[in-house]
Design a protein around this ligand. Structure first.
Ligand SMILES: Nc1nc2c(ncn2[C@@H]2O[C@H](COP(=O)(O)OP(=O)(O)O)[C@@H](O)[C@H]2O)c(=O)[nH]1
Ligand SMILES: [Mg+2]
Length: 249
């Protein structure tokens, strides 16, 4: 029975399951807002998450980043040298955080540089093109890179880009889904940087998973910050009072 070869997916978000709701519906229920990056003071960014995009050269990593950060798309393929950065300022519930996006070079020759960028990544967009079986075959290599180079608990989102090229499709949706299941990857989505289909969704699902995963830590940090601010205010009030009591008038 070949069907037994497919391992049931182990859901790393088991802890967020409550009652009959599954993790995806809880993730869907988190409201979010993408805030304008311009003029946003760092004071408004409570937290920063690092997300890296990896995959073969030409699958559309840079286009995905440009599409989600600037809503632009270019037909030209400019090889990314080293790394390029983008960022999204996201508000979820009452928390504002920055999703810092690292667009890495997929070329073998830049691999020594690329490895540095795995370090400290909270999430990885593992990307292939649905119109390139070679880019899909190479996922095995990229997945091993993640497992050996990145943080062990990094969230992985599998992205099949260039979904607009359906008539040139070399990788079926089911093949993508099976890879996700076999590897225990958190989420799979097909996107098109060209038509903007599902692009924001891919980044936002990563952001939501990060938000849920780090929520307890975020709440604790917030409580600490609040206590510090209150403590400062209290000390200031006490100082003011004692100064007033010294007043000779
Ligand atoms: N049709 C189509 N072309 C895309 C898409 N995303 C990227 N491309 C094209 O694919 C080429 C490589 O894109 P790029 O983002 O530079 O790939 P990278 O090497 O992975 O960063 C460019 O010519 C893009 O215009 C997509 O979703 N659909
Ligand atoms: Mg690039």
């Amino acid at each position: 029975m070949s069907s037994t070869l497919i391992q049931p997916k182990i859901d790393p978000y088991e802890e967020i399951k409550t009652g009959s709701e599954d993790s995806l519906s809880i993730l869907q229920s988190i409201n979010y807002e993408i805030l304008p990056n311009k003029g946003s003071s760092s004071l408004h960014q409570d937290y920063l998450f690092k997300l890296i995009i990896i995959g073969n050269s030409g699958v559309g990593k840079s286009c995905l980043m440009h599409r989600v950060t600037t809503n632009e798309f270019s037909e030209d393929h400019e090889v990314t040298v080293g790394v390029e950065f983008g960022s999204l300022l996201v508000k979820m519930e009452d928390t504002v955080f920055k999703l810092q996006i690292w667009d890495t070079a997929g070329q073998e020759s830049f691999q020594s540089i690329t490895k540095i960028f795995y370090r400290g990544a909270h999430a990885v967009l593992l990307t292939y093109s649905i119109a390139s079986f070679a880019s899909f075959s190479n996922l095995e290599h990229w997945f091993n890179e993640i497992k050996t180079q990145s943080e062990p608990d990094a969230i992985i989102i599998l992205v099949g880009n260039q979904s607009d090229r359906d008539n040139e499709r070399e990788v079926s949706y089911d093949q993508g889904e099976k890879f996700k299941r076999d590897k225990g990857i958190e989420f799979f989505i097909e996107t098109s940087a060209k038509t903007n289909e599902n692009v924001q969704e891919a980044f936002i699902i990563a952001a939501k998973m990060l938000f849920r995963k780090h929520q307890e830590r975020i709440q604790k940090a917030k409580a600490n910050l609040l206590a510090k601010v209150k403590g400062k205010k209290l000390r200031k009030t006490e100082k003011d009072k004692s100064q007033n009591s010294k007043c000779a008038c």
